[in-house]
Design a protein around this ligand. Structure first.
Ligand SMILES: [Zn+2]
Length: 275
């Protein structure tokens, strides 16, 4: 049963193209992005770990903050919430139902659907446990197939999040779930780790031409100070080693021809921890 929550209405509109919809990364800390989605008037922010850069971005564009989406409980994803709420007390906050938060919020988990009236847009909540036990992602379909995924620290450009709470099997399942989304889905990850991830991925799969090309593309973007994100599901399927555990080249590099794909994922993640 799909739940739909916003202003007590149960409305599930068809996907549509929202005119003037813009999604911009607000850089924070060393390498975080706080994604800000707006339509020229209203804004949604995802994982505001710091309030100051979000205030600046909202004020510069004269936007009012309607919704805050939280993917997981790590401080670099939530520490700006309290200050933002002081300034925008009517903003609605959604956060994982399996985690604890000090601020007032609506707890959500799969298969909840959050309807955001200001954008006439539905976000489907996906459970993507692994990086944290309660981690969720927010997925919105659009009529032009450029669907949106705010995925926190589950998947990165050519990489994936650490599994500090030890849930490797759920982490693998979560990546499989994201990999099965429509290929044009744009993936808004929270960290700018792409370049290092590609360099690591090339040690496993040096002859993957898509990966070789991604290295030079990403290097150019970063040299210009531009983000390497968002990425897409298609791009990750072609270049992300954690989604490529069936690659012959990766299996040969790891001398792991007879292992199942989860074990290969586990080996890659462990190798990356020491890279
Ligand atoms: Zn995290």
């Amino acid at each position: 049963m799909i739940e739909c929550m916003q202003h007590n209405q149960k409305i599930i509109p068809e996907p549509k193209i929202i005119p003037d919809l813009e999604i911009i990364p607000i850089p924070a800390f060393e390498d975080n992005y706080i994604w800000l989605m707006h339509n020229g008037k209203h804004a949604i922010v995802v994982d505001p770990g710091d309030a100051a850069p979000v205030f600046n971005a909202l004020q510069r564009a004269n936007l009012s903050l309607s919704v805050i989406l939280i993917t997981h409980h790590h401080p670099d994803h939530i520490d700006g919430v309290a200050a933002l709420l002081e300034k925008y007390p009517h903003a609605k906050i959604y956060a994982p139902k399996l985690e604890q938060y000090a601020f007032e919020h609506t707890p959500v988990g799969e298969p909840d659907v959050i309807y955001v009236q200001e954008f006439d847009l539905n976000f489907t909540v996906l459970d993507v446990s692994g990086h944290t036990i309660g981690h969720i992602a927010y997925y919105a379909e659009q009529a032009d197939s450029n669907h949106l995924l705010f995925s926190g620290d589950v998947i990165f450009g050519a990489g994936c999040g650490r599994v500090p709470e030890g849930s490797y099997a759920p982490a693998y399942q979560s990546l499989q779930k994201l990999a099965a989304l429509p290929k044009k889905t744009k993936v808004y990850c929270t960290h700018e780790y792409t370049l290092t991830n590609i360099q690591f991925a090339l040690t496993l799969e040096p002859n993957n031409q898509a990966l070789v090309e991604r290295l030079s593309q990403t290097q150019k973007l970063r040299d210009l100070g531009r983000p390497s994100l968002p990425t897409t599901i298609a791009f990750e399927l072609a270049t992300n080693p954690y989604l490529r555990c069936n690659s012959h080249e990766i299996q040969t590099t790891l001398r792991a021809k007879n292992l199942d794909e989860f074990k290969i994922f586990f080996i890659i993640r462990k190798l990356k921890n020491n890279y």
